[in-house]
Design a protein around this ligand. Structure first.
Ligand code: 9MR
Length: 369
């Protein structure tokens, strides 16, 4: 017995050390836990926990979730007098079960509307729609959803207001109205304006003017969501930094809400390219159908590292950084702006293996330990 004890002790210590090292394998959410939430966007299969492997990756790496599609109007409010919360309920329950920050995307957006909404033609009907829609959805998840994209993509690239069905029927006041209705339904939830390219100077000026106006008219805006559908070369870090500073100077929380980085050529960047030209099946436009070459893999890693370095510099102003999808295979960028391509915009590849981009984001924190 005397001899067995020390061996037993050593063996238990070894076992527990190996378990701890398993447990302590770093993850994005753990390493960034004192900085900002690290989020991801879930598709239907992920909400339904179809794949165990994907599910454990999601739970390990992320502490914030957004529904990529199922909370959009066409799904939650398919007919005038009919809401369908089957999927949204599942999504919220998933976040609660895993103690995640739950973001609602989105209440007022010109896209992915139910067909009946497209037919709303006058201000009385639109006012009634907005009141019913926002109040019903926000009230249902009161105290459970942590923040909402109240209005999504209301701006044109030059910073002017997009001629959406909301602007056409109600004029500019639809914006403040939406934020007021959301606040009334859940006074404590964080309310965001969310858009893409609002780190670019003209559109940023438009977003700042829009948010100021909503506030001046009595709307509560807690934050701005910069989507972050970016490229390897642009936008510049300078413009991203200016945006963080200018938005937070308005007293807003800054979130990066749909981050991904395309590595594929863009039809609009090709000199003289006609965007209406059919690029589908073109090898030139789909250069990496099998695998991403190391040189581009490295570029992507460097780009992610420089972006996250900037985010860390301004972590006091940033509430959340959410990737637009869990892995490359799921990304909308495989189908846009050209269908049937193979893109590599996220830190995990289609087989759920972490890429150099992932390591480069982790490394920024590990070296500081
Ligand atoms: O990723 C979403 C894709 O699956 C949908 O087909 C598409 C429909 O418009 O919307 C995508 O998500 C968008 C998001 O809701 C708002 N910002 C732009 C995103 C990429 O298009």
């Amino acid at each position: 017995m005397k001899f067995i004890k020390p061996y037993l002790f050593a063996f238990t210590a070894l076992l527990s050390a190996s378990c701890t090292s398993q447990k302590e394998k770093p993850s994005l959410k753990d390493l960034y836990k004192n900085d900002f939430y690290i989020g991801t966007a879930l598709d239907l299969n992920q909400i339904n926990e179809k794949s165990k492997k994907e599910d454990s990756l999601i739970r390990k790496e992320f502490n914030a979730i957004t529904a990529e599609n199922i909370m959009k109007s066409m799904y939650t409010h398919p007919q005038k007098d009919k809401y369908d919360f089957t999927l949204a309920d599942k999504f919220v329950a998933y976040g609660e079960k895993n103690k995640m920050f739950i973001h609602g995307h989105t209440l007022i957006w010109h896209s992915q509307l139910a067909p009946w909404m497209e037919k709303i033609a006058d201000s009385t009907e639109m006012k009634a729609f907005m009141k019913d829609h926002i109040t019903t959805i926000v009230s249902r998840y009161k105290g459970r959803v942590n923040s909402w994209d109240v209005v999504n993509e209301a701006l044109n690239e030059d910073g002017t207001l997009r001629k959406s069905i909301f602007l056409n029927t109600l004029g500019e006041k639809y914006l403040a109205n939406a934020f007021k209705l959301a606040e009334k339904a859940d006074p404590k939830v964080d309310l965001y304006y969310n858009d893409y390219n609002i780190e670019e100077p003209a559109k940023r000026a438009g977003a700042i003017a829009l948010i100021k106006k909503i506030k001046a008219e009595g709307g509560k805006v807690d934050g701005v969501g910069i989507q972050g559908h970016w490229k390897l070369e642009s936008p510049s870090l300078e413009e991203i930094e200016k945006s963080i500073l200018e938005y937070s100077a308005l007293g807003l929380k800054v979130a990066f809400t749909e981050l991904d980085i395309t590595v594929l050529p863009n039809p609009w960047d090709l000199k003289g390219a006609d965007v209406n030209q059919n690029f589908e099946g073109s090898e030139k436009m789909n250069p990496y159908p099998k695998a991403l070459p190391d040189s581009i893999q490295n570029k992507l890693a460097e780009r992610y590292a420089s972006i996250f370095k900037l985010f860390l510099k301004h972590k006091d102003k940033i509430s959340r950084v959410t990737f637009w999808g869990v892995h490359d295979g799921q990304s909308w960028l495989n189908g846009w702006p050209i269908k049937g391509r193979t893109n590599y915009p996220l830190p995990f590849d289609k087989d759920l293996k972490h890429k150099k981009a992932y390591d480069s984001i982790l490394k920024l924190k590990e070296t500081k330990k």
